[in-house]
Design a protein. Structure first.
Length: 157
């Protein structure tokens, strides 16, 4: 399985993964594994209506869900670098990477519960990017807010 690439200067970037999004998938996979174990133990106890193969579909689905949960946990969603904000979509993040340079940004707005981020490219707020922050853990959202606002204050000088 491919892992995250090493970074030349990791101390100069902040990575935010889809860990909050992955939590639900981890729970679903645990439930599917528990269902498979229940089906296997019912078959092993000699119940006439159950067969050993009935545990295979939940195991296969759990394996797929675990793979997706690992992807969400390990790979970045938003990276703040010295160049700008890198945004990685869920599908094909390597080819669909979106980089917004700090010099392009005029401002950033967060809603009250820190679930939506709006990056503005002009003062009239007619051009920019809207990001959902729900895939990021709630405890990390204030860190993202302070990092972006701090960087924008630096570039405004």
């Amino acid at each position: 399985m491919a892992g995250p690439k090493t970074v030349a200067e990791p101390h100069k970037e902040l990575r935010f993964t889809r860990a909050a999004q992955a939590q639900g998938f981890w729970i679903v996979s645990a439930i599917l594994i528990a269902l498979a174990i229940l089906l296997l133990t019912t078959w092993a106890s000699g119940h006439p209506s159950f067969s050993w193969w009935m545990a295979l579909p939940p195991i296969v689905i759990a394996a797929l869900v675990i793979r997706f949960a690992l992807h969400c946990t390990r790979h970045a969603y938003i990276i703040l670098t010295p160049l700008g904000v890198e945004i990685f979509p869920l599908k094909n993040p390597e080819s669909n990477l979106h980089l917004i340079y700090w010099t392009e940004l005029v401002g950033a707005d967060f809603n009250a519960d820190l679930s939506i981020l709006k990056l503005h490219r002009d003062a009239e707020k007619t051009s920019g990017v809207v990001l959902s922050l729900k895939p990021i853990l709630e405890k990390q959202r204030p860190l993202l807010k302070s990092a972006i606002e701090g960087r924008l204050k630096e570039t405004a000088r």
